[in-house]
Design a protein around this ligand. Structure first.
Ligand code: MP5
Length: 213
């Protein structure tokens, strides 16, 4: 089995993860500001959880996968600072209250963390590949959101996703890989990715004390 087979086997689940009215309205500029800010706040929390997951994944990765995972780990820490800068520009305070969907995603990361490495590395590739395709679907994006579209559609990011795919493919070649668990993880990640867009669109982050309205 190769990682990319998962996408061709489950086109509906994949479409749900990578195409969404949130992304369409981000492209044409009709996205409510509250929805965008809800996404920004919750994705920042998700990326913090992802950092912890990736650190543990790196710790148990085979030698050939260490470079892409170590690079990714540095990238994710850098990204947290990038989120902080974007939030500051918008006068948005990044809170720490997880929406139930963000919490469900963190729970999934914990399950993956406790499971076999080939399942976890493949799941990480699915998360990143989903973001690459999702943000490509929003390109070029309304000018207000250009920096966000650009962030996940650069050739460097696409190269990182390709590197993860290579690491996932190598892991999936090993004997005794529990393919049904790989498949289940793909479907779970695809489903929570869809839920994440849905959450952002339907949820406006609680305003901070002292804010108007
Ligand atoms: C990613 C993300 C990609 N930021 N948020 C979700 C819900 N899924 C995937 O991770 P990264 O580290 O931003 O590339």
């Amino acid at each position: 089995m190769r990682a990319a087979d998962l996408i061709s086997r489950h086109p509906e689940a994949w479409r749900g993860a990578t195409r969404h009215p949130f992304l369409d309205s981000l492209r044409d500029g009709t996205l409510p500001v509250g929805a965008f800010e809800a996404w920004l706040e919750q994705d920042y929390l998700f990326v913090g959880d992802l950092l912890a997951f990736q650190a543990r994944l790196l710790a148990r990765a085979p030698r050939p996968a260490q470079r892409v995972l170590a690079g990714g780990l540095v990238g994710v820490e850098d990204e947290l600072g990038w989120f902080e800068d974007r939030a500051q520009e918008r006068g948005l305070e990044l809170g720490s209250k997880r929406h139930p969907t963000t919490e469900a995603y963190r729970d999934l990361l914990t399950v993956l963390d406790e499971g076999p490495y080939p399942v976890a590395i493949t799941a990480l590739w699915v998360m990143e590949r989903a973001y690459l395709e999702a943000w490509r679907s929003a390109a070029p994006g309304h000018p207000e959101y250009h920096p966000f579209v650009e962030h996940w559609t650069t050739p460097e990011f696409a190269g990182y996703v390709a590197g993860l795919e290579e690491a996932a493919d190598a892991a999936l070649q090993a004997e005794g890989v529990p393919e049904e668990r790989v498949e289940a993880a793909f479907l779970e990640v695809a489903s929570v990715e869809r839920d994440f867009w849905e959450m952002a669109l339907s949820y406006s982050a609680p305003r901070h004390a002292g804010d108007e309205g």
